[in-house]
Design a protein around this ligand. Structure first.
Ligand code: VAH
Length: 326
């Protein structure tokens, strides 16, 4: 005979049954778009709340959020009972120079408000994307160490470096679990980035296929570190799921994959599109690129949480063309 019984879960078990809810800001951006769908595959569509300034097509919950609006940010975090935040909203290096005060407000002040909310609302984990933009003219350009001289020359770099320092401070003083990566230039086929200095490496593919010619805004021999989007996603999720005890720093981890010059990328693309031509008209972005490094020592990321990129430049080019061509 079946017996009727009921039981109440102890408080701890209830907590383990709660699904992780993730909030992502800047979800319409180059990384945001791809990361949102990766997070949705991992945590379930309804558990990832995408936010940005304007509505875009998203398969799951979406909220309009201007990150300078702290009250709205708090409302959304409370409404969805958010556990993890990926704070991708930012103004990039080239656009940042056009409005330095807005860039500081968006990239730094809004982030500080978010850190305060994270303490108040007990957010479990935060991801803060930093950048090779924190490097500057005094930073060694080759094999840039994790800890070295940082005197960034753009407001983007200054705001990201300050963000990294606040990460360390909030981790030490309030115990916040903040994780961060210094992304190199990110190459992807899902969208064409704008407002950055490394954008040429994506634009070149689209122009090669659409027009057969690309006019590059950097000098042909400007060597910069790059990473392909699948590795960005893999690495970011790996860092965010690493054991807290393995994450030794809250400022940005140096991250490297491959480095390239516009000329090298051009020749690699030309192997697949033989009629492709290029011309060079360096603009003000050249100065920014010259202040960054050309290769990076990422041994700490490899040691702490197992960073290991899968794509080299040749494999990335084949994959990019395969996706854009159709
Ligand atoms: C920019 N893509 O060019 C960004 C990036 C590596 C630099 O943060 O501004």
């Amino acid at each position: 005979m079946l017996r009727n019984f009921s039981f109440t879960l102890p408080e701890n078990d209830k907590n383990t049954l709660k699904k992780t809810v993730v909030l992502i800001t800047g979800a319409n951006g180059q990384i945001g778009k791809v990361l949102t769908s990766a997070l949705r595959s991992k945590y379930g569509y309804e558990n990832v709340i995408a936010t940005d300034l304007t509505e875009a097509k998203h398969n799951g919950p979406f909220e309009i959020l201007d990150i300078t609006d702290k009250a709205r940010m708090k409302e959304i975090i409370k409404q969805y009972e958010v556990d993890h935040i990926y704070h991708l909203a930012a103004i990039l290096s080239s656009n940042g120079e056009r409005n330095i005060h807005l860039t500081w407000e968006v990239n730094l002040e809004s982030y500080l408000s978010m850190l305060d909310l994270a303490c108040e609302l007990k957010i479990d984990r935060i991801f803060f994307p930093s950048t090779i933009g924190v490097y500057g003219p005094t930073t060694p350009r080759v094999n840039t160490p994790q800890n070295t001289s940082f005197v960034p020359s753009t407001v983007y770099g200054i705001s990201k470096l300050a963000g990294e320092l606040w990460n360390q401070y909030y981790r030490k003083r309030y115990g916040l679990d903040i994780r961060s990566i210094r992304y190199p230039g990110v190459i992807s086929y899902q969208s064409i980035p704008s407002g950055g200095t490394t954008d040429f490496a994506v634009e070149m593919f689209f122009e090669a296929l659409e027009k057969g010619h690309y006019e590059c805004f950097l000098r042909s021999d400007t060597r910069l570190p790059m990473v392909y989007m699948p590795d960005v996603i893999e690495g970011t999720l790996k860092l965010m799921s690493a054991d807290k005890s393995d994450v030794s720093i809250a400022c940005g981890y140096n991250l490297a994959s491959f480095s390239l010059t516009p000329e090298e990328l051009f020749h690699e693309i030309k192997k697949h599109i033989p009629d492709f031509t290029i011309s060079y008209f360096p603009d003000q972005r050249q100065q920014i690129a010259d202040s960054w490094s050309e290769s990076i020592d990422d041994s700490l990321a490899r040691k702490d949480w197992g960073w290991s990129p899968a794509y080299n430049m040749e494999q990335m080019v084949v994959d990019m063309i395969g996706h854009i061509k159709p």
